[in-house]
Design a protein around this ligand. Structure first.
Ligand SMILES: [Zn+2]
Length: 298
């Protein structure tokens, strides 16, 4: 990992740290948006928060940062007086769990895949300020579900993808799926190999999810290039999967030709995915490096 990658990774792990990529994580259309049946999403800074707010249930998916989590909670209080039943963390990164301390003691349950507290603890060791100790205390290994009011919420683990603790969260009645960071809509995704990411399995996850949920499901994405937005359809999962496959194919061809990692990663864009270029964010070159490491297990 070079210095830029190290700084980037540290910024994602540290909840309160000033982000060098702050502008990237600020949404151009911050605030509350309703999708279907009292389910919607909130954007301000960090990973998109999904929410359920009705007269008999309240839940949030991911927690952004302490200040924005407060804004989210206050906004939800305008929608319902119901206590907050549930927080699910889709994975451990600081822009999805940094607001956990705000929800701790407020949310009746904090849920995540069983690897999430472990990865948070690992990240805390790398942090200068002791990190985030508001861990999700309810964990699961493959499937988890809960009835809340007239909604049923499912969390499911499909194996390693963006990290080794990604949940796909499904609001069954509303037919809305929160993908966490398994989808960066039309931008080079961050691929956290030190936290157990697998680009090869990630492609399989996206195919499995697209097949498994109803064809008219609405999807919420962790991040997006503003032009494309943080929600979408099944087809958008296909675009993300094709990108990951193209990166893996390109790296594999280079390996087969005996090229070095430096030669393989010296590439700015793959033709079909020019529109994935975004600011100074985690680049194609970074992802080719991860693909190279994964394919050669170096
Ligand atoms: Zn992430």
């Amino acid at each position: 990992m070079d210095r830029r990658q190290f700084l980037f990774r540290s910024s994602l792990l540290a909840a309160g740290a000033a982000l060098p990529f702050k502008s990237l994580f600020a949404s151009s259309q911050g605030g509350f948006n309703t999708l279907r049946r009292n389910v919607g999403y909130f954007t301000e800074r960090g990973g998109t928060i999904g929410w359920l707010a009705s007269s008999d249930a309240m839940a949030v998916i991911d927690s952004q940062y302490p200040e924005t989590a407060k804004n989210c909670l206050n906004g939800l209080r305008d929608k319902t007086d119901h206590p907050l039943n549930l927080l699910i963390n889709t994975h451990h990164h600081g822009d999805h769990t940094g607001g956990n301390p705000t929800f701790k003691g407020v949310a009746e349950k904090m849920v995540a895949h069983e690897n999430v507290p472990k990865l948070m603890k690992k990240a805390n060791k790398e942090s200068e300020d002791g990190g985030n100790t508001a861990f999700p205390e309810t964990t699961y290994s493959k499937n988890w579900k809960m009835d809340l009011g007239d909604e049923t919420i499912h969390a499911k683990y499909y194996g390693p993808g963006h990290t080794s603790g990604d949940s796909v969260v499904y609001f069954e009645k509303a037919n809305v799926v929160h993908m966490g960071d398994l989808v960066f809509n039309r931008m080079n995704p961050y691929t956290d190999r030190p936290s157990g990411a697998s680009m090869q399995n990630w492609t399989k996850i996206l195919s499995a999810v697209a097949d498994e949920y109803p064809s008219d499901a609405v999807y919420i994405f962790g991040h997006a290039k503003p032009k494309y937005g943080v929600t979408g359809k099944k087809e958008d999962l296909g675009v993300m999967r094709n990108y990951l496959s193209a990166v893996l194919d390109y790296a594999q061809k280079g390996i087969d030709q005996g090229l070095s990692k430096e030669e393989i990663t010296n590439k700015k864009s793959l033709e079909e995915f020019d529109h994935f270029l975004y600011a100074d964010f985690w680049t194609l070159s970074d992802n080719l490096g991860v693909a190279y490491e994964e394919l050669t297990q170096s």
